[in-house]
Design a protein around this ligand. Sequence first.
Ligand code: HEM
Length: 521
Amino acid sequence: SGFPFLLRNGLSKLGAPDKVLEFLFKWMDAGVEYPKIPEAKGAFSAIRSEAFFIPLYDLYLTYGGIFKLTFGPKSFLIVSDPSIAKHILRDNSKSYSKGILAEILEFVMGKGLIPADGEIWRIRRRAIVPALHQKYVAAMIRLFGEGTDRLSKKLDAAASDGEDVEMESLFSRLTLDIIGKALFNYDFDSLTNDTGIVEAVYTVLREAEDRSVQPIPFWEIPIWKDISPKQKRVTAALKLINETLDNLIAICKRMVEEEELQFHEEYMNEQDPSILHFLLASGDDVSSKQLRDDLMTMLIAGHETSAAVLTWTFYLLSKEPSVLSKLQNEVDSVLGDRFPTIEDMKKLKYTSRVISESLRLYPQPPVLIRRSLENDMLGEYPIKRGEDIFISVWNLHRSPKLWDDADKFNPERWPLDGPNPNETNQNFCYLPFGGGPRKCVGDMFATFEIVVAVAMLVRRFNFQMALGAPPVEMTTGATIHTTQGLKMTVTRRTKPPIMPTLEVPILQVDSSVSISDPVLG
Ligand code: HEM
């Protein structure tokens, strides 16, 4: 290697600060020979297997926190290092775009918030974040409870009939029903019906997932769309969804026009407390196409992810009965048989920890995708603009370097008196909702949704893997699915219902009140 490189290294070993060295050597950068990113070789076939993030884990153990993977003309950087992840997602986020992800999702999300970059993203993010304000999420708790109650009735019937249930598809329907109401006040009612629109949503979702694991973009071949029966079905499904969304937007526009509007930060229409209503009432000055793209994006983002978290949480609980019974104790004493309220979200601490731990072991999505827009330094390695990057959240969350017993489901690793774990307090070793400016906008919504569903379900039922259930294996699209479903036996809990301790202020004797009481003097 060249002299400048040796000199720089030598100075660095003598303790010269990086910033100073960077300044000193900038002018001779052209001559500098930097270390090269390790290149994973001979592992390409492994990468085609079912869940592609699994072979990436083994490669991470061999090659470390950043390595290059090449197949044919394409190459990818795989990042599994918390400080590099922090650099890309937060510290230098402006130098990265969504890259491949935007290309894959364009057909369904258009320029919606997840694939959008640059100015469109900035404007849409600013419009959408306020719609998920605290009062709105609080109002949604009731909706989460009602949805879960519908699912409970289904499970109750199955328990009576002694029938096993496939929980993954039920969770998918639960979260579809919830997000439909929350976004645009539409009742898919997918837990009871299989209407055309529900089927269309699933057709489009499966297509998005297929495309994300397909090495060749068949769908870009112009006539393919017209002759492939599958592509024709996708086109028809998209048309139906778009028409439905346009219709909902039109209905909502009319409602807003008839309203005596006094818009403020916490604005909410009691009859229709939906995100769409908030956006229209806020005077969100945007084309119907953009609005539709954003709604579609949130429909997908807020549906599959939550369903996957519920699926893997119940799978993990079935493996650790001691965690389940501890969870049930908490729910019995905090909730009893009431519907949860916003106040309960703080009290259901162990429930939250169980979900945090489930998100550690099964992050949704398991990788985040970026493309560099400029030359940059990742750790000690220089990279060029145009590099496609996968940040493996799976690797971060299961790294033996970062966690004790990394593969163990152990909610106790998060102390109840400590903070709720997030990317900031875990210094980017833990990224359940991403981090930096592109962090999930639905994190609070999703967390509460899952807390409510888990709490209400374990309160009423015990869950076990069904006898002779297929083995639970993973496959990926955007989120981690099981290969053959999660078949469970659900039984009603025999415990008598425990009434929660009620906090009734009227019955409390408070001497301080009587002092200033106008009647008693
Ligand atoms: C972004 C996870 C639920 C809407 C993200 C990202 C992650 C994530 C990791 C960052 C993606 C990246 O950096 O490339 C999850 C998980 C959920 C969940 C695990 C459920 C447990 C929701 C819900 C909504 C939502 C319920 C909508 C109400 C979004 C949107 C973005 C996003 C719009 C893009 C934000 C931006 O780019 O500015 N989500 N999400 N998510 N999520 Fe979620």
